[in-house]
Write a protein that binds this ligand. Structure first.
Ligand SMILES: [Cu+2]
Length: 330
Protein backbone atom coordinates (compact mmCIF):
# COMPACT_ATOMS: atom_id res chain seq x y z
CA UNK A 1 0.00 0.00 0.00
CA UNK A 2 2.83 2.35 0.84
CA UNK A 3 3.89 2.66 -2.76
CA UNK A 4 0.71 3.96 -4.32
CA UNK A 5 -0.61 6.32 -1.69
CA UNK A 6 -2.44 9.32 -2.99
CA UNK A 7 -2.56 12.33 -0.72
CA UNK A 8 -6.01 13.30 -2.00
CA UNK A 9 -7.48 9.99 -0.93
CA UNK A 10 -6.11 10.11 2.56
CA UNK A 11 -6.09 13.79 3.49
CA UNK A 12 -8.05 14.20 6.68
CA UNK A 13 -11.55 15.44 5.95
CA UNK A 14 -12.67 18.10 8.41
CA UNK A 15 -15.44 16.64 10.53
CA UNK A 16 -16.53 20.03 11.69
CA UNK A 17 -16.92 23.50 10.28
CA UNK A 18 -14.40 26.30 10.25
CA UNK A 19 -17.16 28.87 10.18
CA UNK A 20 -16.82 32.48 11.31
CA UNK A 21 -20.61 32.63 11.64
CA UNK A 22 -20.69 29.95 14.35
CA UNK A 23 -18.55 31.50 17.10
CA UNK A 24 -18.05 29.42 20.26
CA UNK A 25 -15.76 31.64 22.36
CA UNK A 26 -15.76 35.26 23.54
CA UNK A 27 -13.21 36.72 21.06
CA UNK A 28 -14.86 35.05 18.06
CA UNK A 29 -18.29 36.19 19.31
CA UNK A 30 -17.13 39.83 19.46
CA UNK A 31 -15.74 39.52 15.94
CA UNK A 32 -18.96 37.91 14.74
CA UNK A 33 -21.09 40.70 16.22
CA UNK A 34 -18.98 43.46 14.73
CA UNK A 35 -19.07 41.77 11.32
CA UNK A 36 -22.86 41.59 11.54
CA UNK A 37 -23.00 45.32 12.34
CA UNK A 38 -20.73 46.13 9.39
CA UNK A 39 -22.78 43.88 7.13
CA UNK A 40 -26.01 45.54 8.29
CA UNK A 41 -24.68 49.07 7.66
CA UNK A 42 -23.38 48.05 4.23
CA UNK A 43 -26.69 46.30 3.51
CA UNK A 44 -28.69 49.46 4.27
CA UNK A 45 -26.37 51.57 2.06
CA UNK A 46 -26.71 49.00 -0.71
CA UNK A 47 -30.50 49.03 -0.49
CA UNK A 48 -30.71 52.86 -0.56
CA UNK A 49 -28.26 53.29 -3.45
CA UNK A 50 -29.58 50.28 -5.40
CA UNK A 51 -33.19 51.33 -4.75
CA UNK A 52 -32.59 54.89 -5.99
CA UNK A 53 -30.82 53.52 -9.05
CA UNK A 54 -33.69 51.16 -9.96
CA UNK A 55 -36.25 53.91 -9.28
CA UNK A 56 -34.37 56.36 -11.55
CA UNK A 57 -33.98 53.82 -14.34
CA UNK A 58 -37.70 53.09 -14.37
CA UNK A 59 -39.07 56.56 -13.60
CA UNK A 60 -36.88 58.39 -16.18
CA UNK A 61 -36.76 55.81 -18.97
CA UNK A 62 -37.30 56.95 -22.58
CA UNK A 63 -40.97 57.09 -23.51
CA UNK A 64 -42.52 57.19 -26.97
CA UNK A 65 -43.98 60.67 -26.47
CA UNK A 66 -40.71 62.21 -25.15
CA UNK A 67 -39.59 65.44 -26.76
CA UNK A 68 -36.35 65.01 -28.68
CA UNK A 69 -34.56 67.89 -26.86
CA UNK A 70 -32.39 67.34 -23.73
CA UNK A 71 -33.94 68.02 -20.31
CA UNK A 72 -32.58 71.01 -18.32
CA UNK A 73 -28.95 70.35 -17.14
CA UNK A 74 -27.95 71.13 -13.52
CA UNK A 75 -24.36 72.02 -12.60
CA UNK A 76 -23.19 71.74 -8.96
CA UNK A 77 -25.28 71.45 -5.81
CA UNK A 78 -23.91 72.37 -2.39
CA UNK A 79 -26.60 70.38 -0.57
CA UNK A 80 -25.90 67.16 -2.44
CA UNK A 81 -22.13 67.49 -2.15
CA UNK A 82 -22.39 68.23 1.56
CA UNK A 83 -24.70 65.23 2.09
CA UNK A 84 -22.49 62.73 0.26
CA UNK A 85 -19.45 63.94 2.18
CA UNK A 86 -20.85 64.22 5.70
CA UNK A 87 -22.86 60.96 5.81
CA UNK A 88 -20.01 58.68 4.72
CA UNK A 89 -17.69 60.37 7.23
CA UNK A 90 -20.18 59.75 10.01
CA UNK A 91 -20.62 56.10 9.00
CA UNK A 92 -16.87 55.49 8.81
CA UNK A 93 -16.45 57.18 12.19
CA UNK A 94 -19.01 54.86 13.79
CA UNK A 95 -17.30 51.82 12.23
CA UNK A 96 -13.87 52.96 13.47
CA UNK A 97 -15.13 53.48 17.01
CA UNK A 98 -16.86 50.12 17.40
CA UNK A 99 -13.93 48.31 15.76
CA UNK A 100 -11.39 50.01 18.03
CA UNK A 101 -13.49 49.09 21.06
CA UNK A 102 -13.72 45.43 20.03
CA UNK A 103 -10.00 45.20 19.29
CA UNK A 104 -9.13 46.72 22.63
CA UNK A 105 -11.62 44.45 24.49
CA UNK A 106 -10.01 41.38 22.94
CA UNK A 107 -6.36 42.45 23.03
CA UNK A 108 -6.19 44.20 26.37
CA UNK A 109 -8.21 41.62 28.31
CA UNK A 110 -6.66 40.71 31.66
CA UNK A 111 -6.65 37.01 32.33
CA UNK A 112 -7.57 35.25 35.57
CA UNK A 113 -4.56 33.60 37.24
CA UNK A 114 -5.96 30.08 36.70
CA UNK A 115 -5.86 30.51 32.90
CA UNK A 116 -4.16 27.68 31.05
CA UNK A 117 -0.90 28.93 29.52
CA UNK A 118 0.31 27.34 26.32
CA UNK A 119 3.19 28.26 24.01
CA UNK A 120 2.65 27.54 20.32
CA UNK A 121 5.70 27.68 18.05
CA UNK A 122 5.11 27.73 14.30
CA UNK A 123 7.51 25.64 12.20
CA UNK A 124 7.55 24.93 8.47
CA UNK A 125 5.02 23.10 8.41
CA UNK A 126 3.79 22.01 11.79
CA UNK A 127 2.96 23.43 15.23
CA UNK A 128 5.02 22.81 18.36
CA UNK A 129 2.82 22.96 21.46
CA UNK A 130 4.26 23.45 24.96
CA UNK A 131 2.52 23.64 28.33
CA UNK A 132 5.32 25.24 30.41
CA UNK A 133 3.48 24.91 33.74
CA UNK A 134 2.59 21.28 33.13
CA UNK A 135 5.84 20.07 31.58
CA UNK A 136 4.11 18.80 28.44
CA UNK A 137 5.35 19.04 24.85
CA UNK A 138 3.27 17.87 21.91
CA UNK A 139 2.50 18.87 18.33
CA UNK A 140 -0.34 20.02 16.09
CA UNK A 141 -3.21 18.98 18.36
CA UNK A 142 -3.95 21.45 21.14
CA UNK A 143 -5.90 20.07 24.11
CA UNK A 144 -7.68 22.56 26.38
CA UNK A 145 -10.47 22.52 28.98
CA UNK A 146 -13.97 23.81 28.21
CA UNK A 147 -15.05 27.11 29.74
CA UNK A 148 -18.17 26.30 31.72
CA UNK A 149 -20.37 29.39 32.43
CA UNK A 150 -20.43 28.19 36.05
CA UNK A 151 -16.65 27.78 36.04
CA UNK A 152 -15.05 29.85 33.28
CA UNK A 153 -11.59 28.77 32.20
CA UNK A 154 -9.45 30.59 29.70
CA UNK A 155 -6.62 29.40 27.52
CA UNK A 156 -3.90 31.94 26.74
CA UNK A 157 -1.55 31.16 23.85
CA UNK A 158 1.89 32.67 23.54
CA UNK A 159 2.69 32.55 19.82
CA UNK A 160 6.24 32.30 18.49
CA UNK A 161 7.92 31.24 15.27
CA UNK A 162 11.02 29.11 14.67
CA UNK A 163 11.48 30.27 11.08
CA UNK A 164 9.13 32.42 8.98
CA UNK A 165 5.85 34.21 9.66
CA UNK A 166 2.83 31.94 10.28
CA UNK A 167 -0.65 32.75 11.52
CA UNK A 168 -2.78 30.83 14.01
CA UNK A 169 -6.45 30.80 13.10
CA UNK A 170 -9.27 28.75 14.55
CA UNK A 171 -12.29 30.73 13.29
CA UNK A 172 -14.75 29.46 15.91
CA UNK A 173 -12.45 30.49 18.77
CA UNK A 174 -10.68 33.72 17.85
CA UNK A 175 -9.40 36.01 15.13
CA UNK A 176 -6.10 35.17 13.49
CA UNK A 177 -2.86 36.19 15.17
CA UNK A 178 0.51 36.06 13.41
CA UNK A 179 3.54 34.15 14.68
CA UNK A 180 6.58 36.32 13.99
CA UNK A 181 10.23 35.32 14.53
CA UNK A 182 11.82 37.00 17.60
CA UNK A 183 8.51 38.26 18.91
CA UNK A 184 5.85 37.06 21.35
CA UNK A 185 2.25 37.50 20.28
CA UNK A 186 -0.74 36.47 22.33
CA UNK A 187 -4.17 35.00 21.74
CA UNK A 188 -6.84 33.77 24.14
CA UNK A 189 -10.16 31.99 24.08
CA UNK A 190 -12.71 30.40 26.37
CA UNK A 191 -14.37 27.59 24.37
CA UNK A 192 -18.05 27.27 25.30
CA UNK A 193 -18.49 23.71 24.01
CA UNK A 194 -16.47 20.54 24.10
CA UNK A 195 -15.42 18.98 20.82
CA UNK A 196 -13.03 19.32 17.92
CA UNK A 197 -12.29 22.76 16.48
CA UNK A 198 -10.41 23.06 13.22
CA UNK A 199 -8.11 25.75 11.94
CA UNK A 200 -5.38 26.50 9.49
CA UNK A 201 -2.16 28.42 9.16
CA UNK A 202 -3.40 31.72 7.73
CA UNK A 203 -0.15 33.26 6.49
CA UNK A 204 1.53 31.73 3.46
CA UNK A 205 4.74 30.15 4.78
CA UNK A 206 6.05 27.92 1.99
CA UNK A 207 5.26 24.78 -0.03
CA UNK A 208 3.29 22.85 2.56
CA UNK A 209 1.44 25.83 4.05
CA UNK A 210 -1.87 24.19 3.05
CA UNK A 211 -0.97 21.15 5.19
CA UNK A 212 -0.32 23.07 8.36
CA UNK A 213 -3.66 22.33 9.93
CA UNK A 214 -4.73 23.03 13.49
CA UNK A 215 -6.84 20.80 15.69
CA UNK A 216 -8.06 22.09 19.03
CA UNK A 217 -9.67 19.44 21.22
CA UNK A 218 -11.83 20.93 23.95
CA UNK A 219 -12.44 18.61 26.91
CA UNK A 220 -14.49 18.60 30.07
CA UNK A 221 -12.17 19.65 32.89
CA UNK A 222 -11.85 16.10 34.33
CA UNK A 223 -11.16 14.65 30.90
CA UNK A 224 -8.53 17.33 30.31
CA UNK A 225 -6.88 16.53 33.67
CA UNK A 226 -6.70 12.88 32.62
CA UNK A 227 -5.08 13.85 29.31
CA UNK A 228 -2.52 15.92 31.23
CA UNK A 229 -1.66 12.96 33.47
CA UNK A 230 -1.20 10.68 30.42
CA UNK A 231 1.08 13.23 28.72
CA UNK A 232 3.15 13.73 31.86
CA UNK A 233 4.01 10.04 32.04
CA UNK A 234 7.43 9.21 30.64
CA UNK A 235 7.56 7.37 27.32
CA UNK A 236 6.95 3.66 27.82
CA UNK A 237 10.07 1.58 27.85
CA UNK A 238 8.67 -1.64 26.50
CA UNK A 239 11.15 -4.50 26.82
CA UNK A 240 9.60 -6.41 23.91
CA UNK A 241 10.52 -3.76 21.38
CA UNK A 242 14.06 -3.14 22.56
CA UNK A 243 15.21 -3.96 19.04
CA UNK A 244 13.07 -1.20 17.52
CA UNK A 245 14.10 1.22 20.21
CA UNK A 246 17.73 0.46 19.49
CA UNK A 247 17.33 1.05 15.77
CA UNK A 248 15.47 4.31 16.37
CA UNK A 249 18.08 5.56 18.81
CA UNK A 250 20.95 4.65 16.51
CA UNK A 251 19.39 6.40 13.50
CA UNK A 252 19.54 10.13 12.85
CA UNK A 253 15.85 10.35 13.88
CA UNK A 254 17.25 11.43 17.26
CA UNK A 255 18.75 14.61 15.80
CA UNK A 256 15.32 15.93 14.89
CA UNK A 257 12.93 14.24 17.33
CA UNK A 258 12.61 14.06 21.11
CA UNK A 259 11.41 11.03 23.04
CA UNK A 260 11.61 11.94 26.71
CA UNK A 261 13.75 9.67 28.84
CA UNK A 262 15.92 8.63 25.88
CA UNK A 263 18.92 10.21 24.17
CA UNK A 264 16.58 11.41 21.42
CA UNK A 265 16.48 15.15 22.08
CA UNK A 266 16.13 16.76 18.65
CA UNK A 267 13.92 19.84 18.44
CA UNK A 268 13.69 20.27 14.68
CA UNK A 269 10.68 17.95 14.30
CA UNK A 270 7.64 17.12 16.46
CA UNK A 271 8.12 15.55 19.90
CA UNK A 272 7.29 11.85 19.57
CA UNK A 273 7.05 10.95 23.30
CA UNK A 274 3.29 10.36 23.09
CA UNK A 275 2.96 10.06 19.32
CA UNK A 276 0.15 7.52 19.48
CA UNK A 277 -2.07 9.88 21.48
CA UNK A 278 -2.43 12.02 18.35
CA UNK A 279 -5.16 11.50 15.74
CA UNK A 280 -3.17 12.86 12.82
CA UNK A 281 0.38 13.00 11.47
CA UNK A 282 2.13 15.74 9.52
CA UNK A 283 -0.01 18.57 10.95
CA UNK A 284 -3.32 17.06 9.88
CA UNK A 285 -2.06 15.89 6.47
CA UNK A 286 -2.88 12.25 7.22
CA UNK A 287 -4.64 10.17 9.85
CA UNK A 288 -2.51 8.41 12.43
CA UNK A 289 -3.26 4.79 11.44
CA UNK A 290 -0.76 1.89 11.52
CA UNK A 291 -0.52 1.82 7.70
CA UNK A 292 -0.08 5.56 7.30
CA UNK A 293 2.43 5.81 10.15
CA UNK A 294 4.46 3.14 8.39
CA UNK A 295 4.12 4.94 5.07
CA UNK A 296 5.20 8.22 6.70
CA UNK A 297 8.35 6.76 8.27
CA UNK A 298 9.08 4.92 5.01
CA UNK A 299 8.99 8.14 2.98
CA UNK A 300 7.25 11.28 4.26
CA UNK A 301 7.92 12.99 0.92
CA UNK A 302 5.24 10.81 -0.69
CA UNK A 303 2.63 12.06 1.77
CA UNK A 304 3.72 15.66 2.36
CA UNK A 305 5.95 16.59 -0.53
CA UNK A 306 8.69 19.05 0.37
CA UNK A 307 8.22 18.66 4.12
CA UNK A 308 11.38 19.00 6.18
CA UNK A 309 11.68 15.33 7.14
CA UNK A 310 13.80 13.57 4.51
CA UNK A 311 13.25 10.10 3.09
CA UNK A 312 15.34 8.15 5.62
CA UNK A 313 16.12 5.26 3.22
CA UNK A 314 15.39 2.63 5.86
CA UNK A 315 15.56 -1.06 5.03
CA UNK A 316 12.30 -3.04 5.37
CA UNK A 317 13.60 -4.56 8.58
CA UNK A 318 14.58 -1.24 10.13
CA UNK A 319 11.22 0.17 9.08
CA UNK A 320 9.32 -2.70 10.75
CA UNK A 321 11.30 -2.37 13.97
CA UNK A 322 11.05 1.42 14.19
CA UNK A 323 7.32 1.45 13.48
CA UNK A 324 6.78 -1.27 16.10
CA UNK A 325 8.63 0.90 18.60
CA UNK A 326 6.77 4.11 17.65
CA UNK A 327 3.45 2.26 18.05
CA UNK A 328 4.18 1.80 21.74
CA UNK A 329 4.52 5.54 22.39
CA UNK A 330 1.02 5.90 23.82
CU1 LIG B 1 1.49 28.83 6.77
Amino acid sequence: MADNLNIHQIAVVPEQVTNIFKPLATPSESIYQISLLTLAICGVIFLIVGGLLVYTIIRFRTRSNDEQSEPPQIYGSNQIELAWTVFPILIVFVLILVTARTISDVQNATHPPDSLKVTVVGHQWWWEIRYPDLGIVTANELHVPVSDPAKPRRTVLKLQSADVAHSYWVPQLSGKVDLIPNRDNYMWFDPKQTGLYLGNCAEYCGTQHAHMLIRVIVHQQEEFDRWVLEQQKPAVDNREVTAGRKVFLSTSCVNCHTISGTIAGGKFGPDLTHLMSRDTLGAGAIKNTPNLLRAWVHDPQKLKEGCLMPDMQLSQQELDLIVAYLSTLK
